[in-house]
Write a protein that binds this ligand. Structure first.
Ligand code: ATP
Ligand code: ZN
Length: 303
């Protein structure tokens, strides 16, 4: 297990993050949330004029939808499923008895057909698939949800439950490649407006197992994923605060989403790690929000 970082302790001491006793599971203070709201409206401003359809989802999705994303093939170590008690009174007594004796009791529950959402954009593809073929312009969605990943850590930037806001582009290869290129520039302008230092670099997802190593290097070779990285944690490398992902026709094929000429749709998403951006702001501008640079306060619409 990694060591607690000094930044984590400072955030907790200042009351910005409220520890729960579980690594990567925090409450947030009013001040933290006010900055979160500022970042949220700054992300909305990034998409101004793009005509994105707004969708907001709860932090869980149908098990069948989750299965179709292929997540268990690539990231089984991150997934969290929801289980509930569905038994009768006798099995309830059994469960309570096991609980009282400090024994394992969760296996008295059954799957609730729900899985915690691992990435906000996963909820969008089945919705679009149901609508039939895309129009000539393709489509763009502004989506967000709480996301779960079982990756307990002492780094405050690596949470188990965090909010992700994404712009998702669905269309032809040309439309989607153009989107990713130009929105990397929008992402840089966003970080500039918040006066945050950053670098943009090619990246890979943390695919599981030996086959995963191959997937990761192939993803890098094809430059399918870029990240905007900001130094946040002490003594560690910079943290991915925005990701720019090109999925080629992976979701178009999985969900049978088609362009007007019947070809499988290409998709890409720009994901904003909302808590990470807030933590980067506190790191670089300090805990006294009133003393933040005027242009940053203005970009966050702080009054
Ligand atoms: P990392 O490389 O740091 O594990 P990732 O590449 O897995 O991140 P994505 O899957 O691209 O991240 O997720 C989109 C965005 O969500 C990331 O750019 C990041 O800002 C945010 N994010 C991902 N994992 C976490 C986490 N555990 N806690 C907080 N934010 C996260
Ligand atoms: Zn996405």
């Amino acid at each position: 297990m990694d060591m607690p970082t000094a930044y984590r302790s400072r955030l907790i001491d200042a009351g910005l993050l409220i520890p729960t006793g579980v690594d990567g599971l925090f409450g947030r203070s009013g001040t933290f949330e006010s900055i979160y709201d500022g970042v949220d409206q700054a992300v909305t401003a990034v998409g101004a004029g793009a005509g994105a359809e707004v969708m907001r989802f709860p932090p869980a999705m149908a098990q069948a939808t989750f299965e179709k994303t292929g997540y268990m093939k690539n990231f089984p170590h991150f997934a969290g499923t929801v289980h509930c008690f569905c038994g009768d009174e006798r099995s309830h007594q059994k469960l309570i008895g096991r609980m009282d004796r400090g024994e394992t009791w969760t296996d008295e529950q059954e799957p609730a057909d729900l899985v915690l959402t691992p990435a906000a954009c996963y909820a969008v593809y089945p919705v679009l698939a149901k609508r039939g073929p895309l129009g000539d312009g393709g489509h763009m969605v502004d989506v967000s949800s709480y996301c779960f990943r079982h990756e307990p850590s002492q780094e405050p930037t690596r949470m188990q439950l965090f909010r992700m806001r994404e712009y998702v582009r669905i269309g032809t290869e040309a439309q989607v490649i153009d989107f990713r290129g130009s929105w990397i520039e929008r992402g840089k302008a966003f970080a500039d407006a918040l006066a945050l230092p950053y670098e943009v670099d090619v990246a890979n997802d943390p695919f599981f197992g030996r086959a995963g190593k191959f997937m990761a290097s192939s993803q890098r070779e094809q430059a399918l994923k870029f990240e905007l990285l900001i130094p946040v944690n002490d003594g560690a490398g910079p943290t991915a605060c925005l990701s720019f992902n090109y999925h080629q026709t992976y979701f178009g094929d999985n969900w049978d989403i088609r362009t007007p000429d019947g070809a499988p749709a290409h998709t890409a998403c720009i994901a904003f790690g909302m808590e990470r951006i807030v933590l980067a702001l506190f790191k670089h501008h300090g805990f006294d929000v009133a003393a933040w640079p005027a242009e940053v306060r203005s970009a966050l619409a702080l009054r």
